[in-house]
Design a protein around this ligand. Sequence first.
Ligand code: FUB
Length: 457
Amino acid sequence: MKIPFKVISWMWVLCLITFFARAQNPIIQTIYTADPAPLVHRDRVYLYTGHDEDTATYFRMNDWRVYSSADMVNWTDHGSPLSFETFKWASGDAWASHCISRNGKFYWYVTATDKTLKRPVIGVAVSDSPTGPFKDAIGKPLITNQWGDIDPTAFIDEDGQAYLYWGNPKLWYVKLNQDMVSYDQKVGVVEVPLTKESFAVRPNNTQRTTSYEEGPWLDKRGSLYYLLYAAGGVPEHLAYSTSTSPTGPWVYRDTIMTVIKKGGAFTNHPGLVDFKGKSYLFYHNGALPNGGGFRRSVAVEEFSFNPDGTIPRILPTKEGVTTSAAFLNPFQKTEAETGAWMQGVETKTQGNTGVYVTDIQEGDYIKVRSVDFGAGAKSFQASVAAGGTGGRIEVRLDSPSGQLVGTCPVKSTGGELKWKTAAGKIKGATGVKDLYLVFKGGQGALFNFDWWRFASK
Ligand code: FUB
């Protein structure tokens, strides 16, 4: 997605460079993303999102996306392994979703409109990998309860019992069976009482008297269950309730994130994970250029639970996560679609190559945070494809105009998807630095970019 720069003066350019050098929220800049659902699997956080189309003026959403991170600051784009078209019974509306793992499989619960019922229902896709490919697990919707079947969230308790919560304006749950693709028919669909003790009073509304709106997220710490949700109505804020049981009764606790006044969307949607000893709240806003209520973007903040187990008030920030949970090893092959900030570029998927970076133009760049060059790097390699004359990759440190430690020339490879390895010498890259791959070469689309790697001294 091209972020338009309005060049008024060199001062303004400097301000923008400083802003983008620090900004890390929203964490995905190449497309609009919404309804975050993070999952910790082994040593990575996988982030499942919805996708607001670029020109959407309503919730125009056709597919879901996956990203992952080992350090909570750099995110790798895994493309779209699931769309509403995966479900033969669905006609569109790829709304909020949640993926969890059990017995080596990944179950992705999604909202989509049912062709026959002509309203949202909940389906489930399954895969052997967190990044897909996913297929429809049962060939039909899992939940066809009533109007309001949106926003599924799944949770597996320590005793092995799994739950699926969902709903707007009501809140329901089922007890999922061990297979994760069916539910306990004896218990059936249970409606959660929306009492003021559980969800607080919604002022001035006789239809919807409590603050629960949508987007539930169920979690547990110690023996306490946490239900996070979008509250309001619109504009939504994030709030939570707790219980000593996964099925309630719930006790309203507090607001987590107030309505985002500047750069917000009229919805919000919580997702919570612990990763490498820290807690993270995912949410969405409307902060990318041309963004808003139907063109949203996922963001994340690090936070700590209060000593008494309550969740503090969490502020939405532009900086996002400031401390990397790990350093990136530049001597291993890194997918080009990995970064803390992607300025100007887009990503696409191709059969053999997978996801690659495209629409690279003069001055665009990829920022990769906390790269550990150790004693130093001597060369840089990049897998590139150029149908035209190509350009070059400037390897810079700590800002888009920071220390130039090398240049990798990119010549024509004879085709936009004809991949060749280009290389350049590196001097002066040592220790832990933020890496900026800055693209140069004149007008128009310069080349495509699949992966990079440094060689150590
Ligand atoms: O993304 C479409 C809808 O907007 C979701 O299902 C809700 O949670 C709200 O974020």
